[in-house]
Design a protein around this ligand. Structure first.
Ligand SMILES: C[S@@+](CC[C@H](N)C(=O)[O-])C[C@H]1O[C@@H](n2cnc3c(N)ncnc32)[C@H](O)[C@@H]1O
Length: 283
C-alpha cells in the first residue's frame, strides 16, 4: 500500500460522523507527520485525538506568531488570542528602549511552555526577559523551547513573584493568568474539555474567576513596583474587569476581536524616580 492509500484508508476510518474526527484535525495531524508517515503511529495519534486529547499534545507542538514550540501535557497550550498581549508588550518595550535608551526588564507571570516570553525576546532582542512559573515541569519545557529558539531568557520557579531577587524591579509585568470557568471559553473549537486536559493549575484559577489576577495586582502593589502591567482578560465580562480596574492606580482596557487586555499600574510613582533609586534594575 502506498502512503497516500494508507492515509486515505485512515481518513475513511476516522473522518466519519460516528468517529467524530474533523477533516481539519485529520489534515493537521497528517501534515505534522511528514510526507512518509509511519501509518501505525499515525493511527495511534488519530485515535488519541478522537478520544479527546488536544491536537497540540497529540503532535507535540503548537505554532505561535510563526514559531514552533514544543508542548506536552506538562504545559498549557497557548491561546492564539495571546498574540495581542505580545503585541502590546513588545510595543511598550520598544518605547522604553527608544525613550529611555536602556533595555527594559520584562517579567512574565506564568511562562508555561515559554511561547510568550520567547516571542517577546525574539522580537525585542535587547529586552531582558524573565519567565516565572509555579510549576517546575513547565519551566523545563520553557527552557527546552528557549534553547531551541536561541532565546536568552531567564526562567525560574516562583509562586507569584517570590522567586525574583528582591532588588529586581521590572519595567513591565505581563501574563495570561488562569482565568474564567467552564462557561467562559473563546470559541467552540476549544470547549471546556480542551482546558480540562491541561495541568489544573494552568487553566483554572483559585479564588474565583479573577482570583489570580487579583493576587498578582496585590503582590505588585505590596512590592511598590510602578511598572506597566499587561494581563490577559480573555473574554471576561465587564463586571469582572471592573473589579480588577478598581484595584489599580491607573488602568485601560485594550479590546481586540476576541479578547481584551488590562493595561494598568498599581502605583503612580513617576518611573524616572524609580530608575534613579533602583541601581540594580539590570541583572
Ligand atoms: C494560562 S497558563 C499560561 C501559560 C503561557 N503563558 C501560555 O500562554 O502558554 C498560566 C500559567 O500560570 C502558571 N501559574 C499558576 N499559578 C501560578 C502562581 N501562583 N505563580 C506562578 N505561576 C503560576 C501556570 O503553571 C501556567 O503555566
Amino acid at each position: 500500500m502506498t502512503d497516500s492509500e494508507g492515509i486515505q484508508q485512515l481518513r475513511q476510518e476516522f473522518v466519519t460522523v460516528e468517529n467524530g474526527l474533523s477533516t481539519e484535525d485529520f489534515d493537521f495531524i497528517v501534515a505534522a507527520n511528514g510526507d512518509h508517515p509511519d501509518l501505525h503511529r499515525l493511527r495511534r495519534l488519530l485515535r488519541r485525538r478522537q478520544l479527546g486529547e488536544p491536537r497540540e499534545y497529540v503532535v507535540g507542538f503548537q505554532q505561535f506568531r510563526g514559531r514552533r514550540f514544543a508542548v506536552d501535557k506538562r504545559v498549557y497550550i497557548t491561546d492564539p488570542e495571546l498574540t495581542h498581549l505580545v503585541d502590546a508588550v513588545t510595543a511598550r518595550a520598544r518605547e522604553i528602549l527608544e525613550t529611555e535608551k536602556r533595555p527594559p526588564v520584562i517579567v512574565e507571570f506564568g511562562v508555561g511552555c515559554g511561547s510568550l516570553a520567547i516571542s517577546v525576546k525574539k522580537e525585542v532582542p535587547k529586552a531582558r526577559v524573565i519567565g516565572l512559573d509555579l510549576d517546575g515541569d513547565a519551566i523545563v519545557v520553557a527552557r527546552d523551547n528557549a534553547n531551541h529558539h536561541h532565546a536568552d531568557i531567564w526562567l525560574m520557579e516562583s509562586d507569584l513573584f517570590s522567586g525574583l531577587p528582591t532588588e529586581l524591579v521590572p519595567d513591565i509585568v505581563f501574563g495570561d493568568p488562569p482565568w474564567g470557568d467552564d462557561d467562559s471559553i473563546y470559541d467552540d473549537d476549544r470547549p471546556a474539555s480542551h482546558y480540562h486536559a491541561m495541568p489544573p493549575l494552568s487553566a483554572f484559577p483559585t479564588g474565583g474567576i479573577t482570583g489570580l489576577h487579583e493576587a498578582i495586582l496585590k503582590d505588585i502593589a505590596k512590592r511598590g513596583w510602578g511598572c506597566d502591567i499587561f494581563l490577559n482578560l480573555g473574554i471576561l465580562k465587564a463586571a469582572d474587569r471592573d473589579r480588577l480596574t478598581a484595584m489599580t492606580a491607573t488602568s485601560e482596557i485594550l479590546s481586540f476581536d476576541k479578547a481584551s487586555v488590562l493595561l494598568c499600574m498599581m502605583s503612580k510613582l513617576p518611573k524616572v524616580d524609580q530608575i534613579a533609586s533602583t541601581p540594580s534594575r539590570s541583572y
